[in-house]
Design a protein around this ligand. Structure first.
Ligand code: MN
Length: 492
């Protein structure tokens, strides 16, 4: 999958006609300069377009409708440079469906104490102008992020950048199409969910296809193309004792799967080892390489994690560190340093590999197919988040745990799958207690470049519940937070 096309953000400055023509020209110049600074900021991954100065209710309503109607617009950054009486904003904001960031800034940084006069005061009024605007946004219940500080401050630009990444993820979710080969693993609860509600809330659609359709696409792949991909495997990985026939089968599966996803415009997919029709192996290296190219994936029919993996990969675009579908697999309950060993049967994304992956073949004890080819590696160390999307019946909950991925204390020569070892915050017992209390699933997305703030912004703009487990989590307070959330969400 090629890099997602970045959408754009619109920068809008509110003012009014009270001040006369000359100050309005100055407001426009200032807004243009701020928009250009945001546009050029390395921390902000999306282009920022100056959309002019709005002075009347009609202009504001027209602009909000234009934003909703423009496929390229992923969100609005608004700012009341001068006082912008906010009843003018009601109609526009009430109908707006794009994410909103309220940048509470001021064109001027330091006050010119000895020079300050009423002209200066009248041109640098966002301290009260933005209060008027925020009042109406709160009164209307508009979900938004508020960022406060001077527009040249790197910390301000970083926060706008995190929100921009969330808006990009939401924008992607709006058009994301997930293909599900077969259903979910029989009798499993947590990979089920309300696909209609997911489309309403988050935008992505999930459609089932027979795995036979995929198998047909795989069988139609030309031998010459398989030759080429097998050569690429040998070039890119250390291929360890994989029989040529099995490697060719794996390559054919990758080409068939890749072609199926491209032809259908799918950005994420699921499969299940229980339903493989006449595919020779459970897709392993194919899934791993597709994830590395940006596709979302969820095993055992887990469409929620497949969609979340894709959304996270878009949010992380251009940042180092990688992200992957993941599963809490087994624990090291050492008294002094308990850790999680995360892995899956096969499907871990090589974007998180510490070193060049080895291409290996080993038996899979379930599924009844030929031994699957897979990439084996250790995940690199570093700070990361583990995120999951679960369906509680009346709402979706985005559950996030801050973790520290560490080097395994010893080599794992007999483990035939890619893996990551991490220390959850605040520690394994409290993190797992909170995770279980929140009803969190075993499937997650592990992402290094992502932080809680970006996911919180995403939850805010999609109006889904966010619950965070971090260094400050105490399980008994956490349990109360879940109860408060229950009351909040059940009243909506
Ligand atoms: Mn699994």
């Amino acid at each position: 999958m090629t890099r997602p096309t970045p959408p754009e953000l619109w920068f809008v400055a509110g003012t009014q006609h009270l001040y006369g023509r000359e100050p309005l020209r100055t407001v426009d110049t200032h807004a243009r300069e701020i928009a250009a600074a945001l546009d050029g900021a390395a921390a902000i991954p999306l282009p920022v377009r100056h959309r002019g100065v709005v002075t009347t209710a009609d202009e504001i309503t027209t602009l909000c409708r234009a934003a909703d109607g423009d496929e390229r617009c992923a969100g609005l950054v608004v700012w009341a440079h001068t006082f912008s009486p906010a009843k003018m904003w009601i109609a526009g904001l009430a109908s707006l469906r794009r994410p909103l960031l309220h940048l509470h800034t001021q064109f001027n940084r330091e006050l010119p104490w000895s020079e300050i006069d009423m002209d200066f005061m009248n041109l640098n009024q966002s301290a009260h102008g933005d209060r008027e605007l925020a009042h109406v946004m709160t009164r209307l219940g508009i979900p938004r992020k508020t960022v406060v500080g001077h527009w040249s401050d790197p910390a301000v630009l970083a926060r706008v950048g995190r929100w921009a990444r969330a808006a990009w993820g939401r924008h992607e979710a709006q058009s994301l199409s997930v293909v599900r080969f077969g259903d979910n693993m029989r009798s499993v609860a947590v990979t089920e969910g309300d696909k209609v509600e997911a489309q309403l809330r988050l935008g992505f659609s999930v459609d089932g296809y027979g795995v036979g359709d995929l198998a047909r696409a795989v069988h139609e792949i030309a031998d010459a193309d398989v030759d080429g991909l097998v050569a690429a495997y040998h070039e890119q990985y250390e291929v360890v004792d994989v029989p040529d026939g099995a490697l060719r089968d794996a390559a054919r599966i990758e080409l068939g799967l890749r072609g199926f996803l491209a032809a259908g415009g799918f950005g994420a997919f699921t499969d299940t080892f229980e339903d493989l029709a006449d595919l020779p192996q459970l897709p392993g290296i194919a899934v791993q390489r597709l994830m590395a190219d940006g596709y979302g994936f969820g095993a055992e029919g887990d469409w929620k994690t497949a969609a979340l993996t894709r959304i996270v990969k878009v949010m992380c675009d251009g940042l180092p560190g990688g992200s992957s579908f993941m599963e809490d697999y087994t624990y090291d309950f050492s008294a002094n340093d308990p850790k999680v060993l995360g892995a899956h049967m096969l499907e871990v994304c090589p974007s998180i590999a510490a070193d060049t992956p080895r291409c290996e073949i080993h038996p899979l004890s379930i599924g009844g197919k030929a031994d699957p080819v897979r990439l084996v590696f250790d995940a690199h160390s570093g700070a990361a988040v583990v995120a999951a999307l679960l369906d509680l019946g009346d709402r979706f909950r985005l559950l996030v745990n801050e973790v520290e991925v560490v080097d395994a204390p010893e080599p794992l020569p007999k483990l035939p799958v890619a893996r990551a070892v991490w220390r959850p915050k605040p520690d394994l017992p409290r993190a797992a207690e909170a995770w279980l209390t929140a009803g969190g699933p075993h499937h997650t997305v592990l992402a290094y470049p992502l932080d809680v703030e970006t996911l919180a912004d995403f939850a805010e703009m999609t109006s889904i519940e966010l619950v965070v487990i971090d260094a400050d989590t105490e399980p008994y307070r956490f349990a109360k937070e879940l109860r408060w959330n229950q009351a909040y969400y059940s009243r909506r």
